[in-house]
Write a new protein. Structure first.
Length: 180
């Protein structure tokens, strides 16, 4: 979750959501951080439980609502308070019909922001974020634009064939903020 507000978001919670992606209804339970500072991006844990919420379904996967391959749309209510205790509730769409003007660069930078400040290697980038067949091209584009820092792996005949120690830069973070 990314806080694009003017101050910290506190006492964050997302209502459980009952979904029916395949075999039987399941409950999505969102585990949120207590506080997200202004301009901070922190992960939200999602547990898939039985419909009654008593047991975790370890075999279920979130692929049906994770862009870019999402097949379902899920509306969720996000609750939080500002510093003076005023409560806000936002209804957001996750999955297939969520507002999305994202391109592969956006998915790559989002993943790098989630892993920041730890640099990663390309094999750590899940295919869900960047198709492995496009990975080197997207990384090269981001490096050329100054969105990432990365050490190129070169050969004498082919030029750059890969990268290592990849990390998002402040310019890459600014690019993502502009997309919000």
């Amino acid at each position: 979750m990314y806080n694009i507000g003017n101050g910290p978001a506190m006492h964050i919670r997302i209502d459980d959501k009952i979904v029916s992606p395949a075999r039987y209804p399941e409950r999505l339970r969102f585990i949120c951080p207590a506080i997200i500072k202004k301009d901070e991006c922190l992960p939200i844990e999602v547990k898939i439980l039985t419909e009654d919420g008593k047991h975790e379904d370890k075999s279920a996967r979130l692929g049906f609502i994770k862009p870019p391959e999402a097949t379902e749309t899920v509306e969720i209510n996000v609750h939080f308070e500002n510093l003076i205790g005023k409560e806000y509730v936002y209804t957001l769409k996750l999955g297939k019909d969520m507002p999305n003007n994202a391109v592969p660069v956006d998915y790559l930078l989002q993943y790098l922001l989630e892993t920041f400040p730890r640099p990663i290697n390309p094999n750590e980038i899940p295919a869900l974020y960047v198709d492995p067949s496009e990975r080197t091209r997207v990384l090269q584009y981001c490096r050329d634009k100054g969105f990432i820092e990365a050490i190129p792996i070169e050969t004498d005949q082919e030029g750059i064939v890969g990268f290592q120690n990849i990390a998002i830069t402040s310019r890459g973070i600014d690019y993502l903020k502009g997309k919000s």
